[in-house]
Design a protein around this ligand. Structure first.
Ligand SMILES: Cc1ncc(COP(=O)(O)O)c(C=O)c1O
Length: 400
């Protein structure tokens, strides 16, 4: 039995059985390549689920983390943290100006956003009856009780009730349903500008603008969950920049520190009034180490022109996937996405194709059951994209 097989066997004994994992232990990475414990190399089109925006084994990021670790890892939010101020400032120079709260994950960022919205309505606006949350079928916002309560996929919710109420789920993209649901009893609307886990689902043109108008007119807090679509993933820093709207609150995580755990909730000045000292907190949130990594990533995005590269490489990936989808019909139904968040839509389950691809040295993931998701590091090259699509083609053939 290989060392890797032994580790996989030990995991069954030692870890809770909550993940559906491939029997592989990743031990090392470089750029868009990962190596497992048996020394096998993979081309990584997952970036650790849209996280490792600079790729793996990045020397500059490693140096920034090491330098900060030597200086100070953690002292808590009992005191101010210089890196948080610098990071909040850097984020405010992007397309959303507001105040920042730092935490450790996407789930926590959404949890903070929901709590802020509730408190803003109840305490600042003196409307404690405005509690209803509007969310969307097919959405994914995380696994804590609050974030799960606005996640519109029954498979994630089953067995965990009663969840936070009241939540109303609307069909994503249906403007008439939104008009009928959003009103003066609504506390907040939360959505992903592109539904990612739900299958890379883009909103119809003008839909986010409709939601913005409905929220503004009714005094509802509009929250965009940019945990997956943010940090340049779709070719602009935020996904919403493609849509000509700005939310009241935006959440980030995943790529924010290139793989070091961090989350952020940014709120405009008005909604930020909802929190006062003592109302929300996180022991680790925005600690010196995580924020040093995030600062490095902010700088690297600009210095390396990664947003522009993402648009260019993303267009290449989308076109290659469309050609593949055309060639492999009726096994495939098409390709969709924006920037380097792309999906190949299959006429059936994506799991076997994802498994066959891994056997051939390509890492991709599943979204929405029947979609193969590609969300590579933002530094991916066109030749790596071409190689990935070729392997995907062979994987499709082998499962035909
Ligand atoms: C849109 C979105 N929101 C929230 C989350 C949860 O983030 P985390 O796993 O960091 O808690 C995810 C994770 O996939 C996500 O895609």
């Amino acid at each position: 039995m290989s060392q890797q097989d032994e580790m996989v066997r030990a995991a069954q004994r030692l870890l809770l059985n909550n993940y559906r994992q491939a029997p592989v232990v990743m031990t090392r990475g470089e750029g868009c390549a990962l190596w497992d414990a048996d020394g096998r190399r993979y081309l990584d089109m997952t970036a650790g689920i849209a996280v490792c925006v600079l790729g793996h084994g990045h020397a500059g990021l490693a140096d920034a983390i090491a330098a900060q670790a030597r200086r100070l890892v953690h002292a808590s939010n009992l005191y101010f943290i210089e890196n948080q101020l610098r990071l909040a400032d850097a984020l405010s120079a992007r397309a959303f100006r507001g105040k920042a709260f730092f935490c450790n994950s996407g789930t926590e960022a959404n949890e903070a956003a929901l709590k802020l919205a509730r408190r803003y309505q109840a305490v600042v606006k003196q409307r404690p009856d405005r509690v209803e949350l509007v969310a969307f079928e097919g959405s994914f916002h995380g696994r804590t009780m609050g974030a799960l309560s606005v996640t519109g996929q029954p498979k994630y919710r089953a067995g965990f009730g009663p969840l936070v109420e009241p939540v109303r789920f609307l069909p994503f993209g249906d403007a008439a349903a939104a008009r009928a649901a959003i009103g003066d009893k609504t506390c907040a609307v939360i959505l992903e500008p592109i539904q990612a886990e739900g299958g890379i689902v883009l909103p119809p043109p003008g839909y986010l603008q409709d939601l913005r108008r409905l929220c503004t007119d009714s005094g509802t807090v509009l929250i965009f969950d940019e945990v997956q679509t943010g940090m340049g993933r779709t070719g602009t820093f935020y996904g919403f920049e493609n849509e000509g709207v700005v939310p009241d609150v935006v959440t980030l995580a995943k790529g924010l520190a290139g793989g070091v755990p961090i989350g952020a909730m940014l709120a405009n000045e008005e909604i930020a009034r909802g929190f006062e000292p003592g109302t929300h907190a996180s022991t680790f949130g925005g600690n010196p180490l995580a924020t040093a990594a995030a600062l490095y990533v902010q700088q690297a995005l600009d210095e390396r022109g990664l947003l522009e590269h993402c648009r260019d490489a993303g267009a290449h990936l989308n076109s290659a996937l469309r050609h593949l989808a055309e060639r492999r019909k009726p096994r495939t139904r098409g390709a969709r996405g924006r920037g380097l968040l792309q999906g190949l839509v299959l006429d059936g389950e994506a799991a076997p194709v994802v498994a066959r691809a891994a056997e051939r040295g390509l890492l991709v993931s599943i979204a929405g059951g029947n979609v193969v998701r590609l969300a590579p590091p933002l530094v991916v090259t066109k030749s790596q994209i071409d190689e990935a699509v070729q392997i995907l083609d062979a994987a499709l053939e082998s499962t035909a």
